[in-house]
Design a protein around this ligand. Structure first.
Ligand code: GLC
Length: 487
């Protein structure tokens, strides 16, 4: 069983006794700006459900609700060896997955850091780098062999329009990527041609999102899992929707396919785009400035308040403003803090993890990383601020989960979640479970006995990608539709 921590995340308010009045005043202003109370959680969730439905409609909405052409649930009997590539943000991963036909699997993999310059460089540099990593992996795992007949699951975790399961037209870069000539184009041929140049004639069997992979991999090992969630550099969800609830599919299916309205299609929500039109989310001035200064202003508004890529930046911006209005760090040099995106989510995690009442670890963190001495009262303010940012992230995330629960009328079961924020950020799981219990008025004392729990997922971009490749091969063999394959 998963340990979700204490029933309520610990409150550290008692330790504020020695903090001077002006700082306490600042803290209470920050609390107002960052707190999302129960009523607001419910309102956001209801609006979220409407937006999910709009995304499924013919007219569309700001949440893309991308159709994935994953139309089967895994049976557990999938078998064979598959190649999986995962391009999602911080790392690039190549894996060979062997499915054993009995809900088990074996993984051999290598991870490569995605150099920062590639995220804003040219498309050829990006895909050549990826092909290079694949070449290195295959020559060490299959020395001397020419690999061509292996099915490839390519996890490309950005919003894509998928005319077919092996195609993905990038809608917009997210998570700080900004590479010209990719948006509006199919990325599968870009990968295939880079692989061919390296003498690796492998084609993409299935192009998938990390959330869809997480959904399928988690359902494979635990059929109670109905949702795949990522809370990492970005945030997003996938679930299986019934055809009768996807009006935008009308006319896209050949007549001979015999699909019943109750059959399923996995939907990659791309919910980072929730509320791009600013109707409901309580944005602070720092959220607004992060959005304005980002490569894609007006996009991914929900993600920019929640996901790991932005959490450190929110903290940094608040601290710089508090310095500029002479509330903290008076007389000290804060140049190191002026650099955009110089703090990441692990910086906040470390602040929240400091076990000492006088926060000596926060003191060392600021001294070592930024060269700034921070007084004890300032440390308490910073800790409270980190707690507010982290809590808001978990509570807003819960609204998305709750919206899908309502949309599919889920009464019980599991949601599989992955990503650095979910796995590593202190109290994230407990805070999210607390928010879900507020939204649904679940009364049970322990999170474990809630009817629906969010639990750590199986490896979506490895095992999930392999499974989806396996399901696709199966469909092709049976002459079933996998979308429109040729343009
Ligand atoms: C971003 C991407 C989305 C991905 C998520 C988590 O939101 O747009 O495709 O699933 O990050 O990696």
């Amino acid at each position: 069983m998963v340990n979700l921590g204490p029933r309520k995340p610990p409150s550290r308010k008692g330790s504020m006794a020695d903090v001077p009045k002006d700082l306490l005043h600042t803290i209470s202003i920050l609390e107002k700006k960052f707190t999302v109370d129960k009523e607001m959680l419910k309102k956001i969730t209801d609006h979220f459900v409407e937006e999910l439905r709009k995304g499924l409609s013919k007219e569309g909405g700001s949440i893309p609700m991308n159709v994935t052409w994953v139309m089967d649930w895994p049976t557990g009997k999938e078998k064979g060896a598959y190649l999986a590539l995962d391009m999602g943000g911080t790392n690039f991963r190549v894996a060979e997955i062997t499915l054993d036909g009995n809900r088990g699997f074996d993984v051999t993999q290598s991870k490569y850091l995605m150099p920062k310059n590639l995220k804003v460089g040219s498309k050829d540099d990006l895909f050549d780098y990826i092909a290079d990593c694949v070449g290195k992996f295959l020559s060490s795992s299959h020395p001397g062999e020419t690999i061509k007949n292996i099915s490839l699951g390519f996890t490309f975790s950005y919003p894509c329009t998928q005319p077919a399961i092996n195609r993905g037209i990038l809608q917009t870069w997210t998570k700080g990527f900004d590479i010209d000539d990719v948006e509006g184009h199919d990325v599968a041929p870009m990968l295939e041609s880079a692989l061919r140049k390296k003498g690796l004639p492998i084609s993409v069997t299935a192009l998938i999102n990390d959330t869809t992979g997480t959904l399928v991999a988690s359902n494979y090992v635990d059929p109670q899992t109905k949702m795949g969630l990522i809370f990492g550099t970005g945030c997003n969800a996938a679930y299986y929707e019934r055809f009768c609830n996807i009006p935008k599919l009308e006319g896209l299916l050949p007549n001979d396919q015999n699909i019943s309205p109750n059959d399923y299609m996995a939907i990659n929500c791309e919910w980072g785009a929730f509320d791009n039109e600013h109707k409901i989310l309580p944005r602070t001035e720092w959220d607004i400035s992060i959005d304005n200064e980002s490569p894609r202003p007006g996009q991914q508004c929900f993600e920019k308040m929640i996901s790991g890529y932005y959490l450190g930046e929110i903290l940094r911006k608040v601290l710089c403003d508090l310095y500029d209005e002479e509330t903290i760090f008076e007389g000290r040099n804060i140049e190191s803090l002026r650099k955009p995106y110089s703090l990441d989510a692990s910086f906040l995690s470390q602040i929240e993890e400091d076990p000492w009442e006088n926060l000596t670890e926060v003191e060392s963190l600021f001294l070592n990383k930024l060269g700034i001495f921070v007084t004890e009262s300032e440390r308490k303010l910073i800790r409270r601020l980190a707690e507010l940012i982290g809590t808001r992230s978990a509570r807003l995330s819960a609204c998305g989960v709750a919206a899908i629960i309502k949309q599919i009328d889920m009464q019980s079961g599991h949601c599989g979640a992955d990503g650095s924020v979910f796995n590593k950020y202190p109290h994230f799981k407990a805070r999210m479970a607390e928010a879900l219990s507020e939204i649904f008025e679940w009364s049970s004392k322990s999170y474990k006995s809630h009817p629906i729990t969010v639990i750590p997922a199986e490896d979506g971009s490895g095992v999930g990608a392999a499974l989806i490749a396996a399901l696709t091969v199966n469909r092709i063999e049976q002459g079933k539709y996998i979308g429109q394959r040729e343009v």
